[in-house]
Design a protein around this ligand. Sequence first.
Ligand code: URA
Length: 477
Amino acid sequence: MHVAVLGGETDFEGWRKAARALRLAGVPPERAAFRVGSGGDGLFDESLPPSSTDAAPFSVPKAFVDLAQDVLLHRSGDRFDLLYRLLWRLGSESELMKIVTDPEVADAFERAKNVSRASHKMKAFVRFRQVEDDTGEHWVAWFEPAHRVVEKTAPFFARRFTSMRWSILTPDGSAFWKGEALTFGPPATREMAPTEDEIEEVWKTYYASTFNPARLKTRTMQGEMPRRYWKNLPEAALIPELVAKSAVRTEAMVAAPAPEPNARLARTLSRMNRDQSFEEGFVPSTLGELDQAVQACRRCPLWRDATQGVCGEGPRRAKLMIVGEQPGDQEDLAGHPFVGPAGRVLDAALEEARIDREDVFVTNAVKHFKHEPRGKRRIHKTPAVSEVSACRWWLDAERRLVKPKVIVTLGGTAALGVLGRKVAVTKERGHGLDLADGAKAVLTVHPSYLLRIPDAAAKAAERDRFVADLERARALL
Ligand code: URA
């Protein structure tokens, strides 16, 4: 038996190195084993047989590598062996990963699914508690993930809570963020994390007030919020009582007047700089205020998966406003509109139309990036009409503050956001349409549409039309 010693439970590189060496040396799965031990680096506690002479360097499908990275985070003790069996079989069955009915392939996919579910639950159920130390405010969470997903999931929290100093402690290891780089530390115990704070009380009050007994479906709720996570969720302590009272509350709810806003919650959120969009009637009076308030926006669900809200940028009194659809992947990370590939097309076209981007207020109809994950990529998704309508509130606020004379809309979503109705852009493009506030709208296509045209001649022609639309907008100024 050849035993590879790995550096840790999630030591993917160690496993990969050892498994590669084992396969090259022709060691079959039944003669290979893996264990986790100190000082391990994919090293063997017994020397390997020399590589067999016909052992050629090999590569494996990316699908296998992606799958293996997740499976390795599964808590099962035999995961290293399962992966090595698959790696071994890939030597003679190159299409193996496509045979989803194969019991070992199916087993690996099932474990990867469990890992990805555990990561999702971590995103949903980590609850930070506020502590003060000599260096100031610090947010600490204790979490017990179903699988070893701390390192996989920590980047999500770094993107979401960029400006907070936080630690997530778990029995597998801990993640720390001080505003610059993620670091990881040793396992922790529950006693190391604070248990209660003021925010928690507020959160419980908030949860109880938003808990809708009329919609109570206990089994669905337990599916979404499995019991294993309850003990670390402050609001979960309320669930049994709320469930028990639900029938009575349903009746009372029907009769009750609308509740007063929770003043304590509002105060706390205000301290966290998150209250403004919640306050009835709050109207930003500067672009800076608007930007802050967008970060707290909960008018539609898009904020959940975005890194931040991306507001418009440009002179406060710009005569020309350009409205795009929504921030893309790069804009979402950078916090600025049109800085990615579509932005480069736009910049070049503006230059050709002799418009200085510095003079333009550039914004989007929707302020949060709508996307869906595909592997490690985030794929753009077109915002729904309801999301565009919800975000019009912010676009209208930008229009009120900047008061542009001309607004260029890029694509259908932007036209919907500005005009408030669905438009066939290709039919109405290029004219100066009158808007209720006295400005003129010039409709044109979105620059990413130009990027997608495969035929070079058609692309050049469309690009000329796009530049011509921008020139028309300039002439209207
Ligand atoms: N596409 C848009 O519509 N807006 C951006 O900010 C970037 C890409």
